[in-house]
Write a protein that binds this ligand. Structure first.
Ligand code: SF4
Length: 358
C-alpha cells in the first residue's frame, strides 16, 4: 500500500529546492548512520548537503578503561560475565572480551538484561555480572532487572553500570566550538524514553534547528527536509518527525524506573573526555548489586588503540577515511576500534557501503 504524502524521491527533490547554501547536518544516533547507508539515502541528497555522525553509538563511546574493567572482572574465576553481543569484540588496552573467552573465561552473550536473572538462579555458586552499557533506551530495562534481582533476593547477580545519557554529551560537543554543523537529526529511540523536551536546549542555547527523527527511509528523509526547511526560513526550533513513537513528555514510567534505580554521575566518553552528570550509577539503596563496589575491581586507566581515530569520528572531527587504519589494518574481521565493531559504528557502516561513498 502506498504511504500517504510525498514519496522519497519527491522529498529528495523538495530538499534540493529548499537548499540555498552548503549545509552540514549531524545524525546523532548510530542507527541513523547505518540506515542512511543501508537505504542508499546519500545518493538521493544534493552534494551540498553533508551528513556527519555524532556520539550516538553506545558501544563506541564507552571508553577503553571501561572495557578493561570488564576484562578484569571476567578474569575472576568465580565470575560469569553477561553482555550484549556488540561488546564482545571491542578492543581493550590488551584484550577484548572475545579474546578472554577464547582463553577460557566465562562470558555469555545475552539478548536482554532480564536473561541474567535466570542465569544467576541456575548458577548459585558463581557471581553473574551484567555489563550494563547503553543510553536512556536500555537503562529502564536494566532498572527493572535490578529491582527484580532485589525482589528475588539474588545475592550473586551484580551490575557493571556504564550507562550514559545523551543531553550533557551533546551540550559538551556543541559548546566545544570544534564542531560546525547547521542542524541535528536527533535520536528517535532515546527520545521515546526521555521525551523530545529533553532536547529543547539545542535551539534555545545553540540556535540550531533539531528534529527528532524515526528510522525508516521515509522518516529520515522527512526529518532532513524539516531541518532544511527551517534553515531556509531562518528558524531554529525543536520539531518531532517521529510522532508515532515520540511525545514531548516521553515515557514517564520508563523515566520513573530510571530515576528510582539510578542517579546521575560524571562519566568518561571516548572522544569527549569526562562529562559531569552524563552517566548513571546505581543509587545507594542498590549498592549491594554494584559490581565495582562488591567485587573490589578498580577501573584501570586504559589506553586507546594506537592510531585509532574513533574519538574524532564520534565528534565529527574526522571521517573514517581520515584514519590511516581504515580498511587496511582495521576491518570488521579485525577491528582496531569500537567504531568498526558495533552494528551502529560509523567505520563499520562506511566499510560496508564504501562503494556508495567513493
Ligand atoms: S577505522 Fe578502525 S582504527 Fe580507524 S577510527 Fe575506525 S575503528 Fe578506529
Amino acid at each position: 500500500m502506498r504511504r500517504r504524502g510525498p514519496t522519497i524521491p519527491e522529498i529528495a527533490q523538495a530538499i534540493g529546492q529548499k537548499l540555498t547554501r552548503p549545509v552540514r547536518l549531524m545524525e546523532v544516533c548510530g542507527t541513523h548512520t547505518v540506515n542512511i547507508f543501508r537505504f542508499g539515502l546519500r545518493s538521493l541528497l544534493p552534494k551540498e548537503l553533508e551528513l556527519v555522525s555524532g556520539p550516538g553509538c553506545p558501544v563506541c563511546v564507552t571508553p577503553t578503561r571501561e572495557i578493561d574493567f570488564l576484562v578484569e572482572v571476567a578474569r575472576l574465576p568465580q565470575v560469569i560475565l553477561a553482555t550484549f553481543g556488540d561488546m564482545l569484540r571491542v578492543p581493550g588496552s590488551q584484550y577484548s572480551l572475545k579474546d578472554l573467552r577464547a582463553q577460557g573465561a566465562a562470558i555469555k552473550m545475552v539478548y536482554s538484561p532480564l536473561d541474567t536473572l535466570e542465569l544467576a538462579e541456575k548458577t548459585p555458586d558463581k557471581y553473574v555480572v551484567f555489563a550494563a552499557v547503553g543510553f536512556e533506551t536500555t537503562a529502564p530495562a536494566v532498572a527493572v532487572t535490578v529491582l527484580e534481582a532485589q525482589e528475588r533476593g539474588l545475592k550473586n547477580l551484580f551490575f557493571a553500570v556504564s550507562h550514559r545519557t545523551m543531553p550533557m554529551a551533546l551540550k559538551t560537543l556543541l559548546s566545544s566550538g570544534e564542531v560546525h554543523i547547521d542542524g541535528l537529526i536527533l535520536p528517535g529511540h532515546v527520545s521515546t524514553i526521555v521525551g523530545a523536551r529533553t532536547f529543547e536546549f539545542v535551539p534555545q542555547e545553540f540556535g540550531l534547528p533539531a528534529v527528532v527523527t524515526g528510522f525508516e527511509a521515509h522518516d529520515i528523509m522527512q526529518g532532513i527536509y524539516m531541518l532544511i526547511k527551517q534553515i531556509a526560513e531562518g528558524r531554529a526550533k525543536l520539531e518531532i518527525e517521529y510522532r508515532k513513537a515520540v511525545t514531548w513528555q516521553g515515557n514517564l514510567m520508563g523515566q520513573q524506573l530510571m530515576h528510582r534505580v539510578f542517579e546521575p554521575c560524571d562519566a568518561w566518553w571516548r572522544g569527549l573526555g569526562l562529562i559531569p552528570g552524563s552517566g548513571l550509577r546505581l543509587r545507594p539503596a542498590y549498592q549491594a548489586l554494584d559490581a565495582q563496589a562488591q567485587l573490589g575491581v578498580q577501573i584501570p586507566e586504559g589506553e586507546d588503540p594506537p592510531g585509532c581515530r574513533c574519538g574524532d569520528i564520534l565528534c565529527a572531527r574526522a571521517k573514517p577515511i581520515d584514519c590511516k587504519l581504515f580498511g587496511k589494518a582495521c576491518t570488521p574481521e579485525h577491528p582496531k576500534g569500537p567504531c568498526m565493531v558495533s552494528s551502529e559504528g560509523t567505520c563499520a557502516a562506511w566499510y560496508a557501503f564504501y562503494d556508495e561513498i567513493a
